[in-house]
Design a protein around this ligand. Structure first.
Ligand SMILES: C[S@@+](CC[C@H](N)C(=O)[O-])C[C@H]1O[C@@H](n2cnc3c(N)ncnc32)[C@H](O)[C@@H]1O
Length: 176
């Protein structure tokens, strides 16, 4: 399936998926981490496939729901998207145990305030200089918005922050 077909499948996320695809194409991250596996994974993998082809760059994605991981692993395989590595693990454990540095980290898991704030803290410890953390649902979900606001008060002057007004809102933190 193509990006267009996934957007047809998810009309409530059309802009989110398109912008995510374009952001990955523009920012050219070599390592992506994602917490919360699903349609976003496919959009980002599509961008990696279109950019990198046979060059080995990876998106590491985790979800606590193993059925969901299996489902999207199959969808990625069916679409011949080969830059994904899939895990069934809690987001905090996944981020804290990741051995390496990421250029882009996408957060779209529980959307709970405390969990999101902890994810932001763990993610910032794995983020490259000038790297990006992108949060889904910053306009749709108050807890996510509040967690970003709190994170920015703990880390003043460390990040630029702006919101892309898609259906659900993509919050973009760029490390200065
Ligand atoms: C709204 S879905 C979004 C998934 C995906 N980003 C997408 O675009 O379809 C949120 C996902 O986060 C997962 N999740 C919830 N809490 C989590 C946690 N603590 N660690 C990892 N994944 C979690 C859920 O199982 C669910 O699949």
């Amino acid at each position: 399936m193509s990006l267009e077909e996934w957007k047809e499948e998810n009309p409530s996320m059309r802009q989110d998926l398109q912008i995510l695809y374009e952001l990955v194409r523009k920012l050219r991250p070599e390592v992506i981490l994602e917490v919360g596996t699903g349609h976003s994974t496919l959009a980002m993998l599509r961008a990696m496939e279109d950019m990198y082809g046979d060059f080995w760059r990876f998106l590491y994605s985790t979800d606590i729901d193993n059925d969901r991981v299996k489902l999207f692993l199959k969808k990625a395989k069916d679409a011949q998207l080969k830059h994904g590595k899939f895990y069934t693990q809690d987001s905090i454990k996944f981020l804290s145990e990741f051995e390496g540095i990421a250029d882009l980290i996408f957060i779209d898991s529980s959307h709970e305030y405390t969990q999101t704030l902890s994810e932001l803290e763990e993610a910032s410890g794995k983020l490259a200089p000038n790297g990006y953390i992108i949060l889904h649902d910053v306009t749709a979900i108050r807890d996510v918005r509040m967690a970003v606001g709190h994170f920015l008060t703990i880390h003043p002057d460390e990040f630029k922050y702006f919101v892309l007004k898609t259906e659900c809102g993509l919050g973009v933190l760029q490390r200065k």
